[in-house]
Write a protein of this length. Structure first.
Ligand SMILES: NC(=O)c1ccc[n+]([C@@H]2O[C@H](COP(=O)([O-])OP(=O)(O)OC[C@H]3O[C@@H](n4cnc5c(N)ncnc54)[C@H](OP(=O)(O)O)[C@@H]3O)[C@@H](O)[C@H]2O)c1
Ligand SMILES: NC(=O)c1ccc[n+]([C@@H]2O[C@H](COP(=O)([O-])OP(=O)(O)OC[C@H]3O[C@@H](n4cnc5c(N)ncnc54)[C@H](OP(=O)(O)O)[C@@H]3O)[C@@H](O)[C@H]2O)c1
Ligand SMILES: NC(=O)c1ccc[n+]([C@@H]2O[C@H](COP(=O)([O-])OP(=O)(O)OC[C@H]3O[C@@H](n4cnc5c(N)ncnc54)[C@H](O)[C@@H]3O)[C@@H](O)[C@H]2O)c1
Ligand SMILES: NC(=O)c1ccc[n+]([C@@H]2O[C@H](COP(=O)([O-])OP(=O)(O)OC[C@H]3O[C@@H](n4cnc5c(N)ncnc54)[C@H](O)[C@@H]3O)[C@@H](O)[C@H]2O)c1
Lengths: 92, 368, 444, 368, 444, 92
């Protein structure tokens, strides 16, 4: 059980950090910010790898593989497009 | 319908009742504008400019008066001019009927419909026609320039290698349209400005221009329902004089603009108060035409008493003819658009703008 | 050992993600933020992959390569399509979370029933609901934005809509509770599938009443949901990195949607419960604009996102001697590339030229001043009309109300602007305005 | 040691060389100050004020000239005054020796040690004595006031119910001390100001006052090592004239202050250029005393040509006698403190301030 | 159950502490912050006390009552004594941490040797060192501030001081490592006592070279140390609340001391390693003021803490047309109760009255302007002289350097002010100034 | 071991929060802030209670009691004085 308490603790603290950090983000950057957090939320990739790659029945692994593919797509396209937008910013 | 713009004949008058720009607008709206030769010259509007705007310029005086349906003037018509007006025509100008009895009876005799813009009600709809406001703006501005030119001092503060020049202390008495403009102009030039008025609402307006309001407990209600000042009781007036005398002791420049509609201007500065002022101070009395706020002011003269210069300038708007005419022309053309509908005068006496300004109509004198 | 590596990697990745978001503070450091995010992600993926329980490397690699193959082209969409892309991406994220949750459940059901504790089951149900509703909701949103043929663009509303929506959600939740209590009962697998199905359905129902204009807010909320599903996954998998990253994402989505709601003059609860339809109708209904007290941030937001701001000063600016503050605001906006014009009404203030005197004092260039006649035709193109201490000169009563003292006076058509902000002393309703913002003196 | 302050006798001169405040300081430092009766009156400094400061006021002309060790004046001495000076005494005033040959030989004959503050080197130490700077400040300010009073237009922009008044376009030619002050004053009044000068360093200074600098490729180095302007080559001057004429086409007010030390002022506005200007424009030529920047300007006159008014005001500082005197007095007293040590003149000709300003000494004319 | 309560309490208390600090953002909400802190503390204490393992209730109550008896009077010290009180309080905090660590060690040693894992021992040693050095260090600091007789007020320095100090710390650390590796060896208890003793000694040595003026920074660092010792205690006791609260405290102490260092023109490392003595000497040595690039925050800080700020504008202000920015700054400072004067040099700018024109345009009241002769006698009382684009008019070369073109010109004695901030375009050394701050355009 | 990792996680997150929150504190409030954090750092009271009140040998409990007393002093005086200072603030 202790573990879940740690998790809760971590969750609460991380939420505070998220609120604090995001509130100070320049408003100019909201669009890239959205794609950046979108990429970061693809951290579900970590869970997908486990489900896809561990010694589980194939059906499970297929679910995991699809999840992994979906997450990976998000990571790749999210970071790339964020960077693309920010580059244009610099030029301005 | 023909509008006539004669050249002003009053001495020293340099304004003209329409400018080429405004004349052009009227022409576009379907009216014919006839301008006397050289009418705008003193105000830097050439006949060419009028012609370019579509007006018939270079007419003779006779043409203008005899052909026009509506004659637009700045100053009240001289008896001579009144006689020249075509019977049944209309005239718009600025005059106080009380002061112009003779020419008014003349106008009535010739069955001229005459309007005086000085009688315009101070209502929102009439704001764009309000010549008193627009010309008072010019006067307030110019009064400060005259004062600045007349005083031996700088208006602004200057810290220089040759010592520090203290800013001039300017006091404005009466903060109506002219007074407020005077405050703004003196502040722009860097003077330290304070102002006094009997209407309490003015305090905030004065402060909104960054000047100090000189507060005196008036003790009576000095404002009419229409927002104008009333005459004060004798007792209050005495206290006011003492208060002002005190405030003027270290003033370098005083601009007075206090007026009460239809009455002699109130005396605010007595000879005694002038004696208490600093050597080299300057007073500009804008109310001199209606009797003056300073006892010692003389209309059109430059008086030096007890080391204080007292200017009583007349007709200041005419000294800035270009812009004064521009504003006047806008005002009068708005009025014309208001009374002329479909090429004819529309005399709806239920309309307070028309009712209040119409001085003579159909041979009848409508204002005292 | 690899466990310690995993833990350390989690700490490191968390820190990197936090820096990543922190650096988005400022355009100057923002790209560094992306680099930090990429590094954090790399650390997390590698640390997970090298764990001993991962044995099907080929399978993992295949999925990853597939992700690249689809992801790279997706990142090259034209910038106009960025909102759709983001929505689509949320759909993928939701799908991933939902699938992992489903996998975990069935894995537990078939192999280690004992592991399906109430806590874990709750987390799985939360993950699945959030994941699948995000999936279909985002797909719908993307479809609407992309103007796909078979998704109605216009908000689809019908009577009792909210009841139906909430009903679906409640049933899903009830089924979920049943599964949590009895994770291994014979009907549990079906019930679980029911939860999944209802979540999928709710995602669709949630979006159809919403019009295209509200999509950015919705996307931002879906972002928040995607983050929360990652948190739930973290609880399921006992993975702190998932919890932190998910929480960062969830909270950022929350903040962004709150800010957007404010900018759109909506209450957040109104948006959160998907009841957009109502507002849409009210909007369509009448001209009666509501006024609302705006916060300084909200106003900031509005102003910064505008292209054309028309400032309409009046006597109040003079009384408050606010011209220098106005100039500060002007400087700020100009710096951000906003076009700012000052519309001067002929009788603003209490003397002819009152506004000119003050604005000149504050050194606002003459070229920024425009007359009423000139600005009025432009007002419908104006994003924000900022009325500073003016009342009569923008009061539409001058047009309609016959017995008003200002009836017939031409006014500046502030009410034609997209948004009107008014700064005034009291809260006496301002007829033309959406409402007072706090005095500019409070501005940062 | 006695300092004498005579009343200025030149026509129209209202300044005085010491003010009561500055006289008081000198008295405190141990000097005796003798002031002619009414010397400060025109500048609003009464004899009482001088007495209160510890000076001997109400002396006769004779007393002042005959008793003083150092006579402090504003204008160069008339031949009459030069004759009155006590032999061996000293005189400080402002004059260009080239223009005052006669009185200078008179001064030399009477073995008077005469200093002209007009010759002060423009070095940092001399800044507090620099009367040309301080009086140019007055002139620049006043020139704009004159222009504003003479033009038929408002300087500031005004949006009013009677239409919008466009701001005046003011062009300042020559941005030295007077020019910069003119720019600042016109800007204060709300005009749109641009300025032109041949010295490139001035651009930044003009812009620092919020005005626009009119840039022309001069193509030659127009500045001396001392920071003064040089005369331009004929070709460049021709180009300059064309450039300026172009710039003046839509100017409402022009203030010219261009000067080259010791030379005739350069012509900047030809009659042709005036013809190209707007009706009602105003030119104030401050350089009229040294020949004028405008071909049509006449010293002390108000010329109307092609609808343009051209003012050539003389001795503007004297029209603001109070502050001009205050600054002058500070300058001259700093100079006196510099040359008088322990109650006696200290004539160290190695000191460039003394070397450059000393016009006659011990019977010798030291400056041409 | 009580365990769950404790965990929940920990989460709650953590959140309350975070809010408590967050509300200190703003004077308006600051007192709410105190309330949140008190509530958080109450929750934490009660939740701990009701745990079943606490059985000596009388003993706990006694200690708590004693704490109140001493604490209440301590809170009523005059405000001038607040720094001492804070230092004393840190001493108590350090003592508590040190004692708990010692107790844990001996408890483990005598009762559960197995619990003294390397990790736990490391935490205990860290806790003890930080706790005791904070204890004696803070006591010394409090003593110096209170001007206690037997503590030398002046910095005590001797050759090799830094070597000795670092030596003591290194020995303590080495002994600590030995104890960590062999927690239960026969010599371990002695070694542990040695660590305690050396930490006590180091606290004293750390403070004696520091003068009173630097105490606030030191106290802030000690605050940070006290926080870190609480973190260590959290690791020892496996208590997350201790870890969070301690970390909040540690980081806040860190930030505060960094800000203070900046305000004092010191590098943080310089302060962190206690090498204050060196700087003190340099200060005493000579007039040669160093110049340094100041950050915007540092300048802000300096200006806000000043009582009298003298602004000295020059031609640079005119060229940059910075008068409106200067007015903003003026408004800000006035609002904070700072007295601001503008010292106008007679030849500042390029024309007589140049500064007047600009300052009047920005509506800075004439009453705020003072002439050179008037301000110069006041300059030694001036906290900050803010030189804005002026050079010649404050250049002391005018006094000393015979061949300078400005030799002999009277100048404004900016160099007599406590601190000089100069804003200028280039970095050409400014003779009178401590150095350029970034342009005011960058100010918030 | 897992536990220590949680702790570390919590520590890192809390430090981020501390840095973020404190950096935004108004500079006017630094003095009260210092006494507030001082009071909060007396959270060591939690550990002291355990050491003082659990079933431990007397010597240990005495150490714990002293620690508890010291922490409690800090809590009481720290909060009280912070509030006192803030009250004066309000009056200004
Ligand atoms: N320009 C002229 O020549 C002239 C001359 C005389 C009269 N007028 C008349 O004056 C009116 C001008 O219209 P306007 O729109 O400029 O002014 P207005 O209608 O008088 O409105 C002033 C506004 O400023 C607000 N306000 C007052 N003090 C404030 C402060 N300290 N801070 C923030 N807000 C403040 C008021 O709010 P609250 O409602 O909260 O008080 C009000 O909304 C017209 O009716 C015109 O006819 C003009
Ligand atoms: N007042 C008069 O009547 C008059 C007339 C003529 C001459 N002068 C002479 O002018 C001098 C006036 O002294 P001062 O101290 O006012 O001016 P100054 O000595 O010329 O110094 C100007 C300062 O402003 C800085 N600066 C320039 N542009 C800037 C910008 N855009 N932003 C920020 N900083 C900028 C310069 O920095 P950098 O070093 O980085 O460029 C320099 O430090 C005196 O020597 C005086 O004799 C005065
Ligand atoms: N449409 C409108 O609503 C409108 C338009 C223009 C002006 N006005 C208002 O009308 C008022 C009068 O304007 P105006 O142009 O006729 O004024 P004005 O320029 O004629 O000056 C008259 C001023 O003198 C003051 N005064 C009178 N007796 C005084 C005394 N004894 N001591 C001191 N001051 C005294 C009056 O209060 C008034 O302010 C103004 O306040 C103006 O705001 C209204
Ligand atoms: N102590 C000092 O360092 C000190 C003190 C005062 C003035 N100055 C400097 O000395 C310079 C001269 O000042 P001043 O008061 O004698 O000037 P001024 O008022 O006599 O005006 C002369 C101006 O006219 C300009 N000019 C000359 N020929 C021109 C032409 N053909 N076209 C356009 N402009 C022309 C000059 O460049 C100069 O700016 C100023 O720039 C001033 O900064 C220095």
């Amino acid at each position: 059980m202790t573990d879940y308490w740690s998790m809760l603790f971590v969750f609460v603290l991380a939420t505070f950090i998220g609120l604090g950090v995001i509130r100070r983000v320049s408003r100019l950057l909201y669009t890239p910010l959205m794609s950046l957090t979108n990429a970061i939320s693809a951290i579900a990739v970590v869970g997908s790898i486990v489900v896809a790659g561990a010694d589980y029945p194939l059906t499970i692994r297929i679910l995991g593989g699809v999840a992994l593919f979906a997450s990976m797509t998000n990571i790749v396209s999210g970071f790339l497009i964020t960077d693309r937008m920010l580059k244009m910013f610099k030029k301005q | 319908m023909k509008l006539g713009v004669p050249k002003e004949t009053a001495a020293g008058e340099r304004r003209v009742s329409l400018t080429p720009e405004v004349a052009g607008r009227l022409v576009k709206s379907g009216l014919v504008v006839v301008v006397e030769r050289g009418a705008g010259e003193a105000a830097s509007f050439g006949d060419d400019a009028f012609r370019a705007a579509g007006a018939t310029a270079s007419a003779s005086v006779g043409d203008v008066f005899e052909q026009s349906d509506v004659v637009l003037k700045v100053q009240p018509p001289s008896v001579e001019e009144a006689r020249r007006l075509r019977e049944g025509s209309a005239l718009v100008a600025v005059f106080q009927p009380a002061a112009e009895k003779e020419s008014i009876s003349q106008l009535a005799a010739r069955k001229v419909t005459a309007f005086s813009l000085a009688l315009l009600p101070r209502i929102t709809r009439a704001q764009a026609m309000d010549v008193l406001s627009s010309q008072a703006t010019v006067a307030g501005y110019k009064a400060v320039l005259l004062a600045a030119a007349a005083t031996g001092r700088f208006f602004p503060m200057l810290v220089t290698a040759a010592g520090t020049v203290a800013p001039a202390r300017v006091v404005v008495l009466g903060a109506g349209v002219a007074g407020l403009q005077a405050i703004a102009t003196a502040r722009r030039l860097g003077a330290v400005v304070s102002a006094f008025d009997v209407r309490p609402a003015v305090k905030e307006q004065v402060e909104s221009l960054g000047a100090k309001f000189l507060e005196m407990d008036i003790g009576e209600h000095a404002e009419t329902a229409g927002g104008y000042a009333k005459e004060l009781s004798e007792e209050t007036h005495r206290r006011e004089l003492a208060f002002i005398a005190q405030q003027l002791k270290d003033a370098d420049v005083v601009v007075t603009t206090a007026a009460i509609p239809g009455k002699r201007a109130p005396i605010l500065i007595t000879a005694e108060a002038v004696r208490g002022m600093k050597l080299g101070a300057v007073i500009v009395d804008l109310a001199v035409e209606t009797g003056g706020n300073c006892e010692l002011a003389r209309p059109g003269e430059d008086v030096l008493e007890h080391g204080v210069r007292i200017l009583g300038p007349l007709n200041l708007p005419s000294t800035m003819p270009y812009h004064a005419s521009q504003m006047y022309a806008r005002n009068i053309s708005t009025f014309v658009s208001h009374v002329v509908k479909d090429g004819a005068l529309r005399l709806d006496f239920a309309d307070e703008i028309i009712r209040d300004t119409c001085v003579t109509h159909a041979g009848e004198v409508r204002k005292p | 050992m690899t466990h310690a590596v995993a833990q350390l990697a989690a700490v490191l990745a968390t820190a990197l993600f936090i820096f990543s978001l922190h650096w988005m503070n400022d355009p100057k450091t923002a790209r560094r933020g992306v680099a930090a995010g990429v590094t954090g992600m790399l650390v997390a993926v590698v640390a997970t992959w090298i764990q001993p329980e991962i044995i099907h490397h080929g399978w993992v690699a295949l999925a990853i390569v597939a992700g690249f193959i689809v992801g790279v082209p997706l990142s090259l969409v034209p910038l106009t399509a960025v909102p759709q892309r983001t929505a689509l991406s949320h759909a993928f994220g939701g799908l991933a979370a939902g699938l992992v949750g489903t996998a975990e459940y069935f894995l537990g059901l078939t192999e280690h029933p004992a592991e399906l504790t109430a806590f874990r089951m709750s987390a799985i149900v939360a993950e699945v609901i959030l994941g699948f509703l995000t999936f279909t909701g985002s797909l719908m949103a993307a479809g609407k934005l992309q103007e796909v043929k078979w998704i109605p663009q216009r908000p689809v509303t019908y009577p009792g809509q909210n009841v139906v929506n909430i009903g679906v959600l409640v049933i899903a939740a009830a089924l979920g509770v049943a599964v949590v209590v009895n994770p291994t009962a014979p009907w549990s697998a079906q019930a679980f599938s029911g939860v999944v199905g209802l979540a999928v359905l709710f995602g669709v129902l949630f979006i159809i009443p919403i019009g295209g204009a509200d999509m950015p807010t919705v996307i931002s909320i879906l972002n928040s949901y995607a983050g929360l599903s990652a948190v739930a996954m973290g609880f399921v998998l006992n993975n702190k990195l998932l919890v932190t990253a998910g929480a960062l994402d969830g909270s950022s989505g929350l903040i962004l949607s709150i800010i957007m709601c404010r900018a759109m003059n909506r209450s957040f609860t109104n948006v959160l419960f998907g009841a957009f339809g109502t507002v849409q109708q009210a909007k369509a209904l009448g001209e009666q604009k509501a006024w609302k007290e705006e916060t300084v941030e909200g106003a900031d937001q509005l102003l910064e996102q505008a292209r054309l701001v028309v400032v309409i000063p009046g006597y109040g600016m003079a009384v408050a001697q606010a011209q220098h503050k106005v100039r500060e605001l002007y400087d700020q906006l100009i710096k951000r590339g906003v076009t700012v014009k000052f519309a001067i009404h002929p009788v603003a203030g209490r003397m002819p030229g009152h506004m000119n005197v003050l604005l000149a004092e504050a050194n606002i260039p003459y070229t920024a001043l425009v007359e009423m006649e000139e600005i009025n035709p432009e007002m419908p193109q104006c994003d924000v009309a900022l009325v500073i201490g003016a009342n009569d000169v923008v009061n539409p009563a001058a047009r309609y109300v016959k017995d008003s003292p200002i009836y017939g006076m031409p006014i500046i058509d502030a009410d034609k602007a997209r948004t009107v902000l008014a700064i005034k002393r009291s809260k006496k309703p301002q007829r033309a305005a959406l409402g007072p913002v706090t005095s500019p003196a409070d501005r940062p």
